[in-house]
Design a protein around this ligand. Sequence first.
Ligand code: SF4
Length: 359
Amino acid sequence: MYRNMTENTYRANTKVIRIGDRVIGGGNDVLIQSMTNTRTEDVNATVAQILRLEAAGCEIIRCTVPTKEAAEAIAEIKKQIHIPLVADIHFDYRMAIAAMEHGADKIRINPGNIGSGENVAAVVKTAKERNIPIRVGVNGGSLEKSLVEKYGGVTPEGLVESALDKVHMIEELGYDNLVVSIKSSNVLLCIKAHELLAQKTQYPLHVGITEAGTVTSGNIKSALGLGVILYQGIGDTIRVSLTGDPVEEVKSAKLILRNMGLRKGGIEVVSCPTCGRTRIDLIGLAQKVEKMVEDIPLDIKVAVMGCAVNGPGEAKEADIGIAGGDGEGLLIKKGQIVKKVPEDQLLSVLQDELLHWNE
Ligand code: SF4
């Protein structure tokens, strides 16, 4: 039995929060976030990157706001993009206020690193006036010394206590339009911390494995961590954090949500690992197929198999597939062999079938 991801999950019961024109929490879709790596002050570069991310499937974008110029740039950036923008603030509470005044749809702060309680109160006052959600973000790397000492290191309990302290600080100021995140680059610690946190708060959770690494290791750590957390019904927005092109983060996040049964749409490509029976360039072909299907708006499974022994059988499990032979391959559609195709035409024949799928 597969677990039904929509019933009895934490995320079905989190508080509904509006971020720009999107809604998270309360069982709404888990949304995909990424973060720009341009200088936010450079409006053209930042807009260009956000538009690429939007095209890839990014649904909420975060930009760092370290300067007054970056805060001012938000107004111009927002005119040219189509997804909510989150301002990421560290240290200077005035940047949080300026970002909101210039149209940020949400701000991300760690109330522990923006100075006195008065600074936090000033930020909360502006957020309250404009009804802008605040993400309270706590990272393992910047956990307070007192909590590190109390728990004997950076622990799930310490991270959760730190996050909830900050949440209570804002609640005491009369504001509860909040999202919470706790991040660590340690996958197991991150999983445990989310399990604890989900039991203790009903605010939506933004989930990610932070500083996960380069594209390969970051994807593996993110898929493991997010997979286990999402499977437990925890998480309302996600970010795959990669040292690489942020577009890769979005592609990976989409695959994770899709494989967790939390997102429909898009073509799933299954392909065999190749073996001594393979007689065509299956590795190259599978990569080309994966790229080719990216922009085709179908919700089907495509199989790319290496040989005529297991290939046809496996390809029959998919909606459409190709099974390699020697210098040629079979096109298999809905379980039936349709025709034999020379190797160099397999990609174009498959593409043609997909482009005319509903005809
Ligand atoms: Fe080998 Fe064929 Fe299986 Fe691919 S489908 S791994 S080529 S036996």
